[in-house]
Design a protein around this ligand. Structure first.
Ligand code: MSK
Length: 630
């Protein structure tokens, strides 16, 4: 099959090379150089067998020294490291959710943040047993936010959102003793268990990894997603463009990067302010162009159609174009390298959160009550910086693709309803999709997520796997940097349906969707959990029986490990292209890559070989079909 519509990896490499030439010209440091400096990596660190939890060490486990000074063996050390990795990710996503909950708590009709999706707000209030009759919508919002905030530290009971899962899945969590309690408690317990002199039993440590992960996916992340929808709108399909070519040579380019939409929404709003546009023109630009990087990009693309400049490993590229007036960041996945790099150009590197303080940046603290002034000041700063561009350094590679993004669960159901008229309740149903899978028109689905990692050729694993799956009539749903990888090369263009197998091609054309569905940012993997739950309920089977697998071929962050834990604990086999520092222990590897099947009906599969990954995913989906007799 020739995929001539798509931008090829060779074309991407060529564009990257051009930008690296600019880096060389200005003496800038780039991640490509730093990877070379850091290679080879430490073998102990890579296998998870270095322990620095107390100050007696660090202890490195080898044949000659099989135990740490406290006597902990290799399995305990690897499992403790794994749990700490998970806890870091769970804390990060959940704190993002907490900050959105605070924003919702402070929303007011005449304030900076308002309720946009009152339907969703009322639905969640009902779900949580909050009285709504004759109440002002903002009173309901504050009550919902407060109940959400209590989910972080409530002393008793389990997380409310876990009740969204099918009963059978909830029973598995209960019987395996991994049903999450308060969100902060699971992270705290993870840190306590891994303190010197506590747990060294790998099974107990892996079990807590699942529970801490679940408190993220069915707690903090779900809160982040749902409350963002209430505040900024539930995504609906919208057209946009992606890749570095979305930067405009004659406009003020402002890049938003990070994760929390509270910042980017305000920047987008003020960049469209006629007063600001007039000011940009006064300064010699044709207007203001906002583009996104990483998950912030997903957030504003799916709600406003803001173009996506790139994913994680493209963050330095936007500065290297020499045409970036400001890169504005909030939290997570931000290279500290942006500080010194921006100093080689005219670019303003603006940090906004006390959680992500980075040297060589301009810090403008973004607060809920001063959000409008903060956003205006940032946009103004970028505009005034336009005149400082060095024309001899400006080079924007001409690469961009069309994309349709914004497939929330609600939007997917609406699209399906549109063609089948199967509308059964206010939210629609997954039945048409289930029927397409049952009949074999679609063989199954893959949820592809996660980052870039220089251990893997950038974006190539994401893209090549997607192509193989689409040819085999397997629907691909994506989030995070995987979503941008797809959008950048053209896989979210509805025209790309022509490359799918006959069945999937028919479905895409009938429903009017691209073959790769953009479901949002990293916290929006919680949308995928709801999707899987709704499919299981509408089909009448358990989640682990659905011909569905997860895949994070280029993952790199602690958040991705937390995600992996909750996706597997939800019953979805998950394929990884990068090892989570566990290969040092046969026992831990054994739990993660097979033992979990007995506990939760799914496990991890780790394989660095691209062809094997795709073959195994397709086989897995076919095995599930066979087990269902379809
Ligand atoms: S931004 S966690 S690099 S997906 Fe969510 Fe991308 Fe990974 Fe960050």
């Amino acid at each position: 099959m020739s995929w001539e519509l798509l931008i090829s990896p060779e074309e991407v490499d060529k564009a990257n090379q051009e930008l690296l030439q600019t880096a060389e010209k200005v003496g800038a440091d780039t991640w490509q150089q730093r990877v070379a400096n850091q290679t080879p990596h430490c073998g102990f660190g890579e296998s998870g067998t270095c322990c620095r939890i107390c100050s007696m060490g660090p202890c490195r486990i080898s044949k000659k020294a099989p135990r740490g000074i406290c006597g902990c063996d290799i399995h305990g050390i690897v499992a403790r490291n794994y749990l700490r990795f998970t806890a870091g990710g769970s804390a990060t996503h959940s704190d993002h959710g907490r900050s959105i909950a605070h924003t919702l708590y402070n929303a007011s009709p005449d304030g900076n943040y308002k309720v946009t999706d009152s339907e969703k707000l009322l639905r969640i209030a009902k779900e949580w047993g909050i009285e709504t009759e004759n109440k002002d919508i903002y009173d309901v919002a504050h009550e919902v936010a407060l109940v959400g905030l209590n989910e972080y530290g409530k002393p008793f009971g389990n997380l409310l959102f876990t009740q969204r899962a099918p009963k059978a899945r909830q029973a598995i969590w209960e019987s395996q003793d991994i049903l999450p309690r308060a969100i902060d408690r699971e992270v705290s317990q993870a840190m306590h268990m891994t303190h010197m002199g506590c747990s060294s039993d790998p099974e107990a440590l892996v079990r807590q990894s699942l529970r801490a992960g679940l408190s993220d996916g069915w707690g903090g992340s779900m809160m982040g997603t749902e409350f963002s929808d209430i505040l900024f709108g539930t995504p609906r399909p919208i057209d946009t463009e992606a890749n570095i070519g979305v930067l405009e040579e004659d406009m003020v380019n402002i890049i938003v990067h990070g994760h929390d939409p509270s910042l980017s929404e305000m920047i987008v709003f003020y960049a469209n302010d006629p007063e600001m546009i007039a000011y940009a023109k006064e300064q010699g630009a044709k207007g203001i162009n906002i583009a996104g990087v990483c998950c912030t990009s997903n957030e504003v693309a799916m709600r406003h159609g803001i173009p996506m400049a790139g994913n994680f490993l493209a963050q330095e590229n936007v500065v290297l174009t020499g045409a970036c007036e400001a890169i504005v960041v909030d939290v997570q996945c931000i290279f500290p390298a942006l500080g010194p790099l921006s100093k080689c150009f005219h670019t303003k590197f603006i940090t906004t959160s006390p959680i992500a303080r980075i040297p060589d940046s301009d810090f403008i603290e973004f607060k809920e009550d001063t959000a409008a002034e903060n956003a205006k000041a940032i946009v103004k700063m970028a505009i005034e910086n336009f005149k400082n561009r060095k024309p001899e350094l400006v080079h924007i590679p001409k690469q961009k693709s069309k994309a349709t993004v914004g497939y929330s669960v609600e939007a997917i159901k609406k699209c399906l309803d549109g063609v089948t008229n199967s509308h059964v309740d206010e939210l629609g149903t997954m039945k048409p999709l289930v029927d397409a899978v049952k009949s074999g028109v679609i063989r199954g689905a893959v949820a592809m997520v996660g980052c870039n990692n220089p251990k893997v050729r950038q974006d190539v694993y994401h893209i090549e796997l997607m192509k193989k799956l689409l040819e085999n009539d397997i629907l691909v749903v994506v989030t995070g940097c995987s979503a941008q990888a797809a959008a950048k090369v053209g896989l979210m263009d509805k025209e790309a349906a022509k490359y799918c197998g006959e069945g999937l091609k028919r479905v895409c054309r009938l429903v009017g969707i691209p073959p790769v569905l953009h479901m949002g940012s990293c916290v929006d993997i919680s949308r995928m959990m709801v999707l899987a739950s709704d499919i299981a309920k509408d089909w009448g089977i358990e989640i682990s029986e659905i011909p569905l697998v997860g895949c994070a071929p280029e993952w790199m962050s602690e958040k991705a490990v937390s995600i992996g834990n909750y996706v597997v604990a939800t019953g979805i086999d998950t394929f990884l292209g990068v090892d989570p520092y566990t290969k040092g222990s046969e026992q831990v590897k054994g739990f993660l890559q097979s033992g979990l099947k007995r506990w939760v009906g799914a496990n991890f599969i780790v394989n660095q070989d691209l062809d094997m990954l795709s073959t195994m995913m397709i086989e897995h989906i076919e095995e599930k079909r066979e087990a269902l007799g379809i």
